[in-house]
Structures are given as C-alpha cells and as structure tokens.
Design a binder for this molecule. Sequence first.
Ligand SMILES: Nc1nc(=O)c2c([nH]1)NC[C@@H]1CN(c3ccc(C(=O)N[C@@H](CCC(=O)O)C(=O)O)cc3)CN21
Ligand SMILES: CC(C)C(=O)C(=O)O
Ligand SMILES: [Mg+2]
Length: 269
Amino acid sequence: MEEASNKRRTREHLQQKYQSGEKIAVLTCYDATFANVLEKAGIDILLVGDSLGNVIQGKPDTLSVSLEDMLYHTTCVARSTHKAFIIADMPFGTFQVSPQETFTHAARLLAAGAQMVKIEGGRHMAETVDFLTNRGIPVCAHIGLTPQSLHQLGGYKLQGKKTEDAQRLREDAMALQEAGTAMLVMEMMPATLAGEITQRLSIPTIGIGAGSICSGQVLVLHDMLGIYPGKPPRFVRNFLQDTNSIHSAVEAYVQAVRSGMFPANEHAF
Ligand SMILES: Nc1nc(=O)c2c([nH]1)NC[C@@H]1CN(c3ccc(C(=O)N[C@@H](CCC(=O)O)C(=O)O)cc3)CN21
Ligand SMILES: CC(C)C(=O)C(=O)O
Ligand SMILES: [Mg+2]
C-alpha cells in the first residue's frame, strides 16, 4: 500500500518500517538524474551527504563543503523526486556555534526540500537537537566515525574499540534520543556495539561499517557503484559488478539490505 502511494514519504512511513522490522535502505544522492533512478529502484531515503565534497567536488575531505553547496544539491535532488524521503547533511561550521544559528541554517535546508537534517556529534549536540526538534525540524544524528572531526580523530578509523570509548558512544546515543533525535547514523563502529545500541534505542539506526543489526544501512552511491577512485573502505560492496545497469545495482542493494544479506561479516568490524 505504502509503495503504491505517490506522495512524498514521511517520518510516519519510516517509523512504520522501523516498527515492523523492515530494514531501511539509504543511499547518498547529489543530483537529479541519480535521484530519479534511486527513487524508482525503491530507495527509502536519499541522503544529500557532505561526502559530495569528495565525490562531486574532488576534495580530500568534507571540511570545506559550504551551506550553499548543500542547498544547491538538495534542491537538485528534491526537484526531481516526488516520493523519496530526503535528509541533508549540515556541513562543517554551520551547526557548532549555537542552536539558534543552527536553526537558521537547518531551516534553509528544509526550504530547499529536505525533510530532515543530519548533524555529526554526540551528547554535546543534544541541546541543539532539542532546540531544532521543538521548533519543527527533525534531526538525524551521526556518531562513531564523524568525518568532519577528521583532525580530532586522527584519521578515518574504527571508533568505540576501547571499553571506555564504547561506553561513551552508548551514552551519546541515549542522550541524543532523549533530546528528540529522530534517527541515528552509526559509522565505523564494532558490529556488536552498534547492534547493542540499536536494540536499546526506540528510534531507527542507520549503519555504515556498523554491522547488520542496525535498522537500516547507508552507503555512498559512487562507492556502491564502484566508480569512486581509490581503495574503497571495508564496509563498501560493489553492487554494479554483478548487474548490467545502475537501476539494477540499486535494486540489488535495496534487496540485499532488506533481506539482511548486506552487510556481510566481511563488510563489518
Ligand atoms: N566516497 C566516500 N565514501 C565514504 O564512505 C565517505 C566519503 N567519501 N567521504 C566522507 C567520509 C569519509 N569516510 C571514510 C573514509 C575512509 C575510510 C577508510 O579508509 N576506512 C578503512 C579503515 C581505516 C582504519 O581503520 O584505519 C577501511 O578499510 O574501512 C572510511 C570512511 C566515509 N565517508
Ligand atoms: C556516509 C554518510 C553517512 C554521510 O554522512 C555522507 O555521505 O556525507
Ligand atoms: Mg556526511
């Protein structure tokens, strides 16, 4: 019934999927043509990620992606879709200063067509999540490997390996949920830790390099098509190599996420 509907997906649709135990399939998307393919292939959520700094702009990291960049790509994705749920990343520097300033920036992303914004960070972002949530802006939080903290973390590395780091991530997740977070991305964390957090929370979790127990999965589109240059991270699977079109590759991804076939142990930590 839901799949037949031509209306824009809402948080209620996602909540229904989450409660029925159906896995949520997410991919990043930055432009109109791919957005159209992804929507037709049944992707639940299109994430306009700040990974566009790497993938679209050819930068070494996401740190210099601007709000204007995010607004432009969010507009492209929103304009060309009619039912996909769209989340936009808040880029580095636009959500750290104050909840008030963050609201102003997040409101622009919603005006550009996003239904939810994503913010990197743990318990220290709880106040901002609370502020936005109470003023009409749903927030997805992002913990574990938070690429915007590259220089703080010392590289794109697995997070939560030490007992005390794992405990901090558990507490971050609880604090963010408490503050009203609608969804939680967990990146590059041990599968057992991400699974434990998922079972403890009452909001959907979306994993990337966080094992198969999460409520859903996300990958960077160009990674799962095998066209991003360089050695892909361990959590990436190339879905294009066994099919003959991008549409089929994306359908295979949706199917693999829904059936629990992706991620396999080889993609997890
Ligand atoms: N194309 C692309 N894909 C991504 O997943 C991605 C981006 N860009 N840009 C922003 C961040 C950066 N991310 C990254 C980048 C590198 C690794 C990586 O090299 N992982 C290694 C392990 C490194 C280690 O533990 O020391 C791996 O083999 O998984 C992981 C995530 C995830 N995000
Ligand atoms: C990989 C996902 C979670 C992301 O934040 C991005 O694409 O920017
Ligand atoms: Mg991002």
